[in-house]
Design a protein around this ligand. Structure first.
Ligand SMILES: [Zn+2]
Ligand SMILES: [Zn+2]
Length: 219
């Protein structure tokens, strides 16, 4: 099934950058108090302002049953900006605290046919707060190896303080810890000596109200 959202909005993907109100997510590293000298210069990522809302709707049946839902974001590159215009909802297996994509070749096929960058993933926490679990950090790692700008969007409808977050592994700490960790399942990761977090809120992501995206629901 392929659906276009928003169906009536003008597609801005042809004439980027658009003259629209963009909302930048998160704060820069220096504003966080964690200047990260290992961070490469990241290209900006635009996501649709409807993405979270539409994904919650897609996830609704699972959320009612306290099951997670996951999806993969594909983006095209134009003038050094990545536009996340494709949401692929793969066949999947989930619990209340985890979600595993099945038949990943179906995801790759769609991305390859359209020359899309795997720019990250989105998943729900139906009953947990908005954070990155150790399993989430491991899921994020290969995305960020492939595309340094890749993001993890966590949607937590029951979290009263933050209903969604857009995260990435820190380059100086998260990438090296996760790259060297062979554990599976939920497990603690060592704190770094200087207190640097393993992940951070993205400061290179913009919420674009006019960005059109399409959905491939493979379930
Ligand atoms: Zn999670
Ligand atoms: Zn680990």
């Amino acid at each position: 099934m392929v659906t276009h959202f928003p169906s009536t909005a003008i597609s801005c993907t042809e004439a980027a950058p658009c003259n629209v109100q963009l909302v930048r997510i998160g704060a820069s590293d220096s504003e966080n108090g964690y200047p990260d000298s290992a961070t490469p210069v990241l290209r900006n990522v635009h996501i649709s302002a409807q993405l979270v809302e539409v994904f919650l709707e897609i996830a609704r049946e699972n959320t009612k049953k306290d099951l997670e839902t996951c999806g993969v974001l594909g983006a095209f590159l134009k003038e050094e900006t990545l536009y996340a215009t494709t949401l692929i909802v793969p066949k999947q297996e989930s619990t209340s605290t985890s979600c595993q994509a099945l038949k990943e070749e179906e995801i790759f096929n769609i991305q390859n046919e359209r020359s899309l960058f795997p720019v990250g993933w989105i998943h729900t926490h139906p009953s947990q707060t908005c954070f990155m679990s150790s399993i989430d950090l491991h899921t994020q790692y290969p995305y960020q190896v492939m595309v340094p700008e890749a993001v993890a969007v966590v949607v937590a409808p029951t979290d009263k303080t933050r209903s969604y977050g857009i995260f990435r592994l820190t380059d100086s700490n998260g990438m090296s810890v996760l790259g060297g960790c062979e554990e599976k399942g939920f497990h603690p990761h060592p704190d770094s000596a200087d207190g640097r977090p393993l992940y951070e809120q993205c400061s290179h992501v913009y919420v674009n109200p006019n960005l059109r995206f399409e959905i491939f629901d493979l379930r």
